[in-house]
Design a protein around this ligand. Structure first.
Ligand code: TXA
Ligand code: MG
Length: 322
């Protein structure tokens, strides 16, 4: 394939999608590897380019609520409530699918994952295209997700024709994924929209299946989000830095300033220990450190509630047992 074009030209990106091509698409969470759901070629190329197993379904992105009924056969009142509260935004809902949604998109499941992204370029692109667009995170299967167009280029240069550059993703971690069982909301993947926020809007009982059965949602694979450099996760950075003295060490921390002479580079993810800021900076910082030829990356464990819990889960899946 020819060189990959990095562009801000939304109509050109829309044209490529309508031609059945797979492109890089910005969203507020992470960049996606996008293709229209009605093109078999586009969908099979998404799986091929990403190296993703065919039994792992894709999220369908829509531009407006009118498109929700095009893909979902049933939309429970709870889902309507959540869509009013959080869309456009980093919330994905699992809903009974319409038969018009190709089985390859949902990996044969009866449900379709749907979200309306809160990124102006993504919304403009989706409106011009006028049909639903499937997009997994734009990283090879198992690798760190991309929060900038440059990350997508690094992964897929020459493998996709175009990346729409929408700047750095401001949320920075993947969407929260929820499903519905009667009057309960079930969380399959934690993200920046927290259980507390969802309960406040719906008053629903909340079931956490995130760390339950494998492979219901992608983030649930035990190893995921991983840099090439060994990564460990700790609540005692000083102790770990001392233990690995002599190695080239990078440290990712938040809050109080961290300094240790054994460490080659340390990066603050948020001086004020704000977990939303940490989320926005996490993948970009990991990509940067992963390019430095370090022996080890040590990441400070996050507080165990809210967005911190989502971050802990991701980093645990990225970490190595030394
Ligand atoms: O923030 C996000 O959600 C990003 C941006 C690009 O929208 N997308 C993303 O897609 O993270 P992906 O494919 O990396 O992770 C979504 C996961 C899939 O791997 C899949 O396992 C799960 O959502 N999923 C999709 N459809 C599903 C379904 N019908 N039932 C259960 N899980 C589903
Ligand atoms: Mg992913």
């Amino acid at each position: 394939m020819r060189k990959t074009i990095l562009t801000t030209n939304i109509p050109e990106a829309a044209r490529r999608l309508l031609d059945g091509e797979v492109i890089g698409m910005p969203t507020e969470t992470v960049y996606g590897l996008a293709g229209i759901i009605n093109s078999d070629t586009a969908i099979s190329n998404i799986f091929k380019v990403k190296g993703r197993p065919a039994d792992n379904p894709l999220i369908v992105h829509i531009a407006g609520l009118s498109q929700l009924d095009d893909v979902a056969a049933e939309v429970p009142e709870l889902a309507r409530q959540l869509s009013r509260a959080f869309w456009p935004g980093p919330l994905t809902m699992l809903l009974k699918k319409r038969s018009t949604v190709p089985d390859v998109v949902t990996a044969g499941l009866e449900t379709v994952a749907v979200r309306m992204p809160a990124h102006p370029a993504a919304l403009a692109l989706l409106s011009i295209v006028g049909e639903p667009v499937a997009a997994p995170s734009a990283n090879p299967f198992g690798a760190i997700s991309p929060s900038e167009a440059a990350h997508v280029l690094k992964y897929f240069d020459g493998k996709i024709p175009l990346i729409l550059d929408g700047g750095p993703s401001i949320v920075g971690i993947e969407s929260t994924i929820v499903g519905f069982e009667g009057t309960d909301v079930v969380v399959y993947r934690h993200g920046s929209i927290t259980a507390g926020q969802i309960m406040a809007v719906t008053g629903a009982t909340f079931i956490d299946r995130h760390s339950g059965a494998a492979k219901v949602a992608p983030g649930m694979y035990p190893r995921h989000y991983a840099p090439a450099t060994p990564l460990v996760f700790s609540n005692d950075l000083q102790k770990l830095a001392e233990q690995h003295k002599g190695k080239k060490i990078g440290v990712l921390y938040y809050g109080e300033f961290f300094i240790n002479n054994a460490v080659t580079i340390s990066c603050s993810l948020s001086p004020s220990a704000d977990m939303d800021e940490v989320a926005a900076n996490l993948y970009g910082t990991l990509h940067r450190l992963d390019g430095l030829g370090l022996d080890l990356i040590i990441v400070q464990e996050f507080p165990a509630e809210g967005v911190g819990a989502a971050l802990n889960d991701k980093l645990k899946r990225a970490s190595w047992q030394l």
